[in-house]
Design a protein around this ligand. Structure first.
Ligand code: ADP
Ligand code: ZN
Length: 628
């Protein structure tokens, strides 16, 4: 697989047909090595461009299929493709999957001994590698650069390229040094890939990696299989338990929390409730953390409760939900974190609880950060955009895509909470005026809970102590209940009419826009809360959890269950994650067609030549032995 090909693709029919020694094409490689029938979206164009020596920037959502964009050209071009990847676990799993597909792949990172590393180096120099995954800090050592100078290099792929951006949330200083690639290897094509796509990050990638004249391939960022849902925070932990028990019993999922302490507490609470939950954060012992990550990846149905330290480079395709108990920092972060759900294209949930305290806390963190003013301004802007998403009464997906500069296909997606049960919007002008006057009359020194007490005319000790029962605003809000007032307060903060005072914790002060509202110059449309979310109507879905899949109605093990068990066993023997052997979709495809011959089995997406050779007979025997 080392002849260079121009970008014309000829269908070769069955790749098993080895009669004619034809030079491989992109499509024949996709077919025979990866077992896939066709390229998806922009993949074909990208592969052709890179295979013919061009640089480019690829923006594609998680699960969009970025890997093939550099794997296939690496196999087409002479020499070895060098993949720069920030995470060791990701490299390990990708290489395991490539080896299983018969590709000569290897890693070069700090987990290798000196001897192991020199074997890899020798293979590189001898032209015995198709793909080599290298950690950026390793790549930038003089030794490694000298090695690459002597080897035949097919291309450089810079994965997770947004790590080069200092504005981004995944900034990695060692990525900055990658600008050396353009200088030292100007003739080797560079392909930068990321799932993060705001304009600032894009232009930073282009500058740092020397891609000024390179085309950008921007795929749609939509993840149609992910259902977005943002619910008002009441008792977050109870809400989370109800969500998991009601909709994701037995499924693998990720629960993001804002602090290490909350991670530990939440994981303990879920475990006590009988959910297989494990904690993960940077404060834990590294060995334990790695064990938890391995269990999440290898076992069925583990819920990982984690800080944002967890997730990048996790390739697990069957994560069925991502839940946020705390607000992320930006829409980019939210999109990237929720994007870890449903990589396999099957239905998945992105579920978040959100309340006033979240906004207050995030603003305070930005305020108290040591960053420059420009950095704080950017951070506030990003937070505001996320809060606006939470408060929106319209399609979440349309709003998310709009944020990334994409025109959504329809104004209503039919697969987010707001589309499935549209929230009511009401004229909140009078309520807003009452709330704002209450904040003003009490001296702009109190938080939402206190203001609600005053509005409802409650003679609490504190209210009496400050003499606020004498104010004209005392008890003027009886048309709404406490929960409704809290919702109003939160939305006034979210809309920017009230702002948390950075000096007095939780105190709400009036912003400039509040004046216009008090004068009755602006209308204030507020959304009505529709409940906890778990009770909202749901579309029907077929669940594929292990318990549901392993038995049919009569209680007999069925083929899919048998295939899963075979996969677990095979993965254990090979010490690889189950999905490296086959994805769920491939097992489902086999169960659906019940192949009788190797040729039929070869037609199932995900079954390439090597896999057919390795597993074909065992699978056919399994199908024969398992009644339908
Ligand atoms: P990304 O790196 O963009 O998150 P991956 O490269 O890991 O995405 O691909 C995500 C999933 O999509 C994988 O399961 C992969 O096998 C599948 N996939 C990618 N391209 C195709 C294709 N052309 N046809 C079918 N499945 C594909
Ligand atoms: Zn929608």
């Amino acid at each position: 697989m080392n002849s260079r090909q121009p970008g014309n693709f000829v269908s070769l029919g069955s790749a098993l047909d080895r009669e004619r020694p034809i030079a491989p094409t992109a499509l024949s490689i996709l077919n025979s090595v990866f077992g896939l029938p066709a390229f998806r979206g922009a993949q074909e164009e990208i592969v052709a461009h890179v295979a013919s020596g061009g640089n480019c920037l690829v923006l594609m959502p998680t699960g969009g299929g970025k890997s093939l964009c550099y794997q296939v050209p690496s196999l087409l071009r002479a020499g070895c493709g060098i993949v720069v990847s920030p995470l060791i676990s990701l490299m390990r799993d990708q290489v395991a999957a490539l080896l299983d597909a018969g590709v000569k792949a290897a890693v070069l990172n700090s987990t290798l001994s000196w001897e192991e590393a020199s074997v890899v180096e020798q293979r590189l120099l001898a032209g015995d590698l198709d793909l080599l995954y290298v950690a950026p800090e390793r790549l930038l050592t003089p030794r490694c650069l000298a090695l690459l100078g002597r080897a035949k290099i097919a291309l450089f792929a810079i994965d997770e390229a947004h790590c080069v951006s200092q504005w981004g949330h995944d900034f990695r200083p060692e990525y900055i040094g990658l600008s050396v690639l353009a200088e030292r290897f100007p003739k080797v094509p560079r392909i930068a890939l990321t799932a993060t796509a705001d304009d600032l990050t894009r232009s930073e990638i282009v500058t740092r990696l020397g891609l000024d004249d390179a085309p950008r391939f921007v795929a749609s960022f939509d993840r149609p299989n992910i259902r977005y849902e943002i619910v008002e925070k009441q008792n977050a932990r109870t809400q989370l338990q109800a969500f998991i028990a009601g909709r994701h019993a037995g499924d693998a999922g990720i629960v993001y929390c804002g602090s290490r302490a909350k991670v530990d507490d939440t994981a303990a609470a879920l475990s006590a409730a009988g959910i297989a939950a494990l904690p993960y954060h940077a404060g834990m012992d590294a060995g334990l953390r790695a064990r938890h990550q391995d269990r999440f990846i290898n076992d069925d149905g583990v819920v990982m409760v984690a800080t944002i330290a967890f997730g990048m480079g996790i390739d697990k395709p069957d994560v069925r939900f991502v839940a946020h108990l705390d607000l992320p920092k930006s829409i980019e972060a939210y999109y990237q974190e929720t994007g870890r759900a449903g990589r396999d294209g099957k239905p998945a949930d992105a579920w978040m609880t959100y309340g006033l305290a979240d906004i207050v806390q995030q603003r305070r963190m930005i305020d108290e950060s040591t960053g420059a003013d420009a950095f704080k301004r950017v951070s506030f802007g990003k937070l505001d955009a996320l809060v606006a998403l939470c408060e929106s009464a319209r399609c979440r997906r349309a709003r998310l895509l709009g944020y990334f500069g994409e025109q959504p296909a329809a104004a209503s997606c039919g697969n987010c909470d707001n589309c499935l049960s549209p929230p009511k919007v009401w004229d909140g002008r009078v309520a807003a005026q009452k709330a704002l006057s209450c904040a003003y009359r009490t001296g702009q020194r109190f938080g939402a809970a206190y203001l609600v007490d005053v509005l409802l005319g409650r003679s609490t000790d504190r209210v009496m102590q400050f003499g606020h029962d004498k104010l004209s605003v005392f008890g003027i809000g009886n048309e709404l209940n406490e929960k409704q007032w809290r919702t109003v307060m939160r939305q006034l903060v979210a809309l920017g009419h009230l702002q948390p005072n950075s000096d007095a914790f939780g105190a709400l002060t009036l912003s400039d826009s509040a004046r216009g509202i008090l004068k009755g110059e602006h209308e204030v449309m507020l959304r009505e809360e529709t409940g906890t979310g778990a009770s909202r109507k749901r579309g029907s879905r077929t669940r594929g959890g292990p318990a549901a899949a392993s038995h049919d109605a009569s209680g007999e093990p069925n083929l899919l269950g048998a295939l899963r068990a075979w996969r677990s066993e095979t993965a254990r023997k090979g010490s690889v994650p189950a999905y490296v052997v086959f994805h769920d979709a491939t097992l489902e495809g086999i169960a659906a067609i019940r192949p009788k011959t190797l040729d039929q089995l070869r037609g199932v997406p995900g079954v390439g030549d090597k896999k057919l050779e390795r597993y074909g007979d065992a699978l056919l025997a399994l199908v024969r032995a398992t009644p339908g």
